[in-house]
Ligand binder design. Sequence first.
Ligand SMILES: Cc1cc2nc3c(=O)[nH]c(=O)nc-3n(C[C@H](O)[C@H](O)[C@H](O)COP(=O)(O)O)c2cc1C
Length: 319
Amino acid sequence: MLRTVLTDRFSLRAPVVGAPMAGAAGAALASAVSLAGGLGMIGVGAGTDPEWIAAAATEARAGAAERFGIGLLAWNLTRRPDQLDAALAARPTLVSVSFGDYGPALEPLHHAGIAVATQVGDVASARRALEAGVEVIVARGSEGGGHGDDRVATLPLLQGVLDAVGDHAIVLAAGGIATARGLAAVLAAGAAGAWIGTALLACAEALTPPAARLRLLSATELDTVSTPVFDIAQNIPWPPDYRGRALTNAFTGRWHGRERDLAGSTGVSRALSDAKERGDYDTAFVYAGQGVGSLSRERTAGQVIGEITQGAEALLRRW
Ligand SMILES: Cc1cc2nc3c(=O)[nH]c(=O)nc-3n(C[C@H](O)[C@H](O)[C@H](O)COP(=O)(O)O)c2cc1C
């Protein structure tokens, strides 16, 4: 078994956190990851209602022997403080507050005895998170799927964050870790585990629609782009520091790099939501990271976690 400060702290059997992924990681995926020995997280999107959070938490707790996490979007909490209230009421093991000012959420979460994580995209942000008392610091590189700071790739970021934080917080690596080799690499570097999103996207338990799943399974590592175009088209007020890495398609081909024209054009938001409903992923988005190139068949979350952790253990033993 791979034992680290992460597995010790949260009584895990695998040094893996299932990333909170809005629209993909609900109760089923979170509990499957936790049952497989990792820590599964539920993703809360900008518009998610507190009732959904409460129901997902109840279902995850029932399915996962009570160990699960909830991921919130920091920038959204001033608009939607009810999401933090719902997360507090759900009493998860871990709450991540990423992308924006997590400061105001820290005190209530600590007061409730809930561990806090945040994803950082540069070394100075890791230092600030440590000073603020964040227990789990996730070095999240630009290869990662979904939203994040896309300025620095995972390896240079992880090396800098590990040097800056030392043993004073639990440091995880995120972004592009999709196989045993990736997990072995970040553990060897000194990370306490991996925070894995894309590798779980095509799992049976994910909320990913069937047509999006097919796109994920056939994409290569070249088929993603970090872009704000889907947020602009949907009028989701993500701060400009964070863009979303998604599969390239006709929509990104048309609008990526033409954000100003996109913001001024009418009917795009409607076209995008219609496409999503129809399962037309030439227009609709499939958020995924560069690790998508490693996905070739649908597996359960248990299989993914098992393959990644057992393979990493074998690789590390070889050294
Ligand atoms: C489809 C998708 C949705 C995501 N949604 C969220 C989210 O709601 N909250 C969050 O903190 N991170 C979210 N992320 C980012 C992940 O937490 C994480 O940074 C990323 O998946 C790690 O890189 P990887 O995809 O290469 O494993 C999302 C990622 C994906 C792929």
